[in-house]
Design a protein around this ligand. Structure first.
Ligand code: SF4
Length: 294
């Protein structure tokens, strides 16, 4: 089995944001939260330890803290995760956290780095050049969220900064909609890595699916194709990431075009992701309980 990364779902009742394109909201997620349930807490941590160990023993080096909410919503879980990880024979050293940055202040970033061992912060972005538009698409209550300030705080702590661009028609509103503009803005924010995420839309009439249908036009899809072609033609192939697809050096940035953010692509010889759900079980697909591994 080829395990590229383990996603650990941090439990919380509901997300503090309400992103218009949120894929978590497009399918039901009725996994029991055994971490928060005081009766199950001890057995949950043991379940977690076994699954982390399993992932490590199957060659998985990267752990992503994510979920159907923002990881920063559950500090106690992050503390326990760190304790369990450190108890493994060979702990995860590459720990990534996916977030929009909402309500994360300097103390929180110090906690992520020093106590949890976070090495990469992957910032999920809906609009790159207008904070008000970004906040509006994320539908966050954090009216202080500013990308430049947040990215600067991440870089100040020498944490790897990955910008994950959720490609929609409003990703740039003040600049030309060209690969050069995107790259320049990412550089200004101090990005080490850039991921262009093709937004995933299921065959359903969910609010989020409808938003994607309305806001990811043929022009944006063409833009992604243009970008991919340019990355392949003018970038330098680096390697194939554990995290996902091929990675290129493109204008000095590590660039990945992730066209399979929900791990939908059929590839029978590979398991792209493992997902540890709040019930303490391991799955291989985000949208299928039948993908249970154990
Ligand atoms: S932050 Fe993530 S989980 Fe929360 S609403 Fe946005 S996409 Fe969904």
């Amino acid at each position: 089995m080829n395990i590229q990364s383990l996603s650990v779902c941090v439990p919380a009742k509901r997300c503090i944001n309400d992103c218009k394109f949120c894929c978590s909201k497009m399918h039901t997620s009725d996994y029991e939260d055994r971490f928060t349930d005081v009766c199950c807490y001890a057995s949950y941590t043991e379940d977690m330890r076994k699954r982390l160990e399993y992932a490590r023993e199957n060659g998985c080096n990267t752990c992503m803290l994510t979920g159907n909410n923002e990881p920063q919503q559950n500090k106690e879980f992050l503390r326990v995760f760190s304790e369990v990880n450190r108890s493994l024979r060979t702990p995860f050293l590459n720990i990534e956290m996916q977030t929009t940055g909402a309500f994360i202040d300097a103390d929180f970033l110090d906690f992520f780095k020093s106590s949890v061992g976070v090495t990469t912060i992957a910032v999920s972005i809906a609009c790159l050049d207008d904070d008000a538009d970004n906040r509006s698409m994320i539908q966050t209550k954090d009216d202080q969220l500013e990308l430049a300030r947040f990215c600067a705080e991440v870089k100040k702590r020498n944490i790897n900064l990955r910008l994950c661009l959720n490609m929609n028609d409003g990703i740039l509103v003040r600049h030309d909609y060209t690969p050069e503009s995107v790259i320049k803005l990412c550089g200004d924010l101090g990005a080490d890595q850039i991921t262009f995420r093709a937004l995933w839309s299921p065959d359903s009439d969910t609010e989020q699916g409808e938003w994607i249908a309305r806001n990811v036009s043929a022009e944006t899809l063409d833009f992604i194709d243009e970008l991919k072609a340019d990355v392949k033609a003018n970038g330098k192939y680096l390697d194939t990431l554990e995290y996902g697809a091929d990675r290129y050096d493109y204008h000095g940035f590590s660039v990945v075009v992730d066209e399979d953010s929900m791990s939908q692509e059929e590839n029978k010889s590979a398991v792209k992701y493992l997902i540890l759900r709040p019930n303490g079980h391991l799955y291989s697909k985000w949208d299928s309980k039948a993908s249970l591994i154990f």
